[in-house]
Design a binder for this molecule. Structure first.
Ligand code: NAP
Ligand code: MG
Length: 452
């Protein structure tokens, strides 16, 4: 196989060339991870906490380097990449602190004592996407290692550079050899080995729903543990009684952040019909103020798409779309796509149903609360969503009715390492973040001891 060639999506310059890891190399990594497991699970909890904290601090000390690497490899604006690098350190700190807090229980029973243990699974395979490479890696590496597993991280081949660097920084911080390995190879062969190999006890995946379905079928063979963070087509619901200035100011970030390459993107903007024109005017004004260009420039709000292939995929949705706003974007070199806003009368067009994963917002008007909930839930996805209203009772009614896992009110934010994150329906299986995720990286063991 020829080498993997990586290009800067903003310039198309070649930035790195590296070999594809083979299936045999993945097998060797799995064997090494299994061998390292025995010692890693015996590291005392306080020492595991110390090592993970040192890893977190080492990442923090290299945040600027990691941010620049991420921006050059995947094209996200440097401001976002800096936020991600610091969030990686914070996430590792959170899970360092969780080691001694993921406790079992004692249960009153007749004739003895009953207790539970959270046992590590063994080797876990972590498969990550290209849209937030180092951040997605930390969401999986943190809980996997904190729970006492050894891990193999398989990043998306087009954006492996920050993951490779995280692997080096882990070693530098004193995480023992074999506890965290990064293997860069094609998903369908090298990555798939994590599904097939009997020594890998769990796969944690973030990526497309199509690949997630394939992994679920593959994992069925061995009843392998599997968690999935998949796609979305989330709703940003704006009621007429909302603070329209705040809702409109936040709406561009909710859908155009990271050039729309965000599973949490609120790409369906549901607006109550009585304020449609007023909201659109404000939404368009806020979107027009977004600076699109060189992602290394600190004022840039949006960079390019990740690859020429992905640009072509987004254009299949946006070419010929009847927009109410189309922004400016450089013509090239680089994989540029302008910000677009279009209005749809109902949910029928594919652009309202399918995940575009680009900077395209579909505005869909609704009549009343019931109509908003109906349109929101008329989707096979259910990852995130927002509700903008000044009526507290309405906010509570609507969030309880929404079929989505990660919801915000009068805000478009989704992600905090201390709160559960994940999807309903075809957006996924299991949760990331918070203490809940540790249950997905451990087996619950029950022990009864007779005392009579
Ligand atoms: P993808 O094609 O599903 O790939 C994701 C990862 O899976 C990559 O590392 C890929 O490796 C690997 N992979 C592909 N086929 C595989 C197979 N048969 N066996 C094992 N691994 C395999 O998705 P993507 O194109 O990277 O990312 C875009 C999609 O991910 C979007 O649909 C988006 O919504 C979703 N996503 C969801 C979340 C979330 O949290 N819910 C977050 C981010 C992205 P290679 O690419 O190296 O071949
Ligand atoms: Mg892919």
């Amino acid at each position: 196989m020829s080498n993997l060639i990586l290009r800067n999506p903003a310039t198309e310059d070649v930035i790195a060339e590296l070999p594809h890891a083979t299936v045999e190399e993945m097998d060797a990594a799995i064997a090494k991870a299994a061998a390292a497991g025995e010692a890693w699970r015996r590291v005392t909890p306080v020492d595991r906490t110390r090592l993970l904290r040192r890893f977190a601090d080492t990442v923090g000390a290299h945040a600027e380097e990691l941010a620049e690497l991420e921006t050059r490899n995947m094209g996200m604006p440097i401001g976002s990449a800096r936020w991600c690098a610091n969030a990686v350190a914070d996430t590792l700190h959170y899970f360092a602190g969780a080691v001694e807090k993921h406790t079992g229980s004692t249960i009153p029973v007749a004739g003895g004592v009953d207790m539970t243990f959270h046992e590590p699974l063994g080797v876990v395979g972590l498969i990550t996407p290209w849209n937030f490479p180092m951040l997605m890696a930390s969401w999986k590496v943190g809980p996997a290692l904190a729970a006492g597993n050894t891990a193999i991280l398989k990043p998306a081949e087009i954006t492996p550079l920050t993951s490779l660097r995280l692997g080096e920084l882990a070693l530098e911080a004193g995480i023992p050899e074999g506890v965290l390995q990064v293997v860069v190879g094609p998903g369908s062969s090298t990555g798939w080995r994590l599904v097939e190999h009997p020594l890998v006890r769990k796969v944690a995946f973030t990526g497309s729903t199509a690949v997630g379905k394939r992994l679920m079928q593959g994992c069925a063979e061995q009843i392998k543990r599997l968690t999935l963070e998949l796609g979305g087509k989330s709703a940003n619901i704006v009621f007429a009684d909302a603070d329209l200035d705040r809702a409109a100011a936040a709406a561009p970030g909710a859908v155009f952040d990271n050039s729309g390459q965000d599973c949490c993107s609120r790409s369906r903007v549901l607006v109550q019909r009585s304020v449609l024109d007023e909201f659109l005017e404000k939404f368009i004004a806020a979107s027009a103020a977004w600076k699109v260009g060189d992602p290394m420039h600190p004022d840039t709000a949006m960079g390019p798409l990740v690859t020429a292939n992905h640009l072509a995929a987004v254009r299949r949705y946006s070419d010929g779309l009847d927009t109410v706003f189309t922004g400016e974007a450089p013509s090239g070199p680089g994989y540029w796509h302008p910000i677009m806003i279009a209005v749809a009368d109902d949910m029928e067009p594919a652009v309202c149903r399918e995940e575009i994963f680009g900077p395209v917002a579909m505005v869909i008007p609704f009549d009343d609360e019931a109509d908003a909930i109906r349109i929101c839930n008329d989707s096979e996805y259910g990852l995130s969503g927002s509700v903008w209203t000044r009526d507290g009772s309405r906010a509570l009614r609507v969030v309880r009715a929404m079929e989505a896992g990660t919801i915000s009110v009068n805000s478009n934010s989704s992600v905090r390492y201390s709160t559960p994150f994940g999807g309903f329906k075809q957006s996924g299986l299991g949760r990331e973040h918070s203490m809940h995720v540790l249950d997905h990286y451990t087996e619950l063991k029950n022990v009864f001891i007779a005392t009579e």
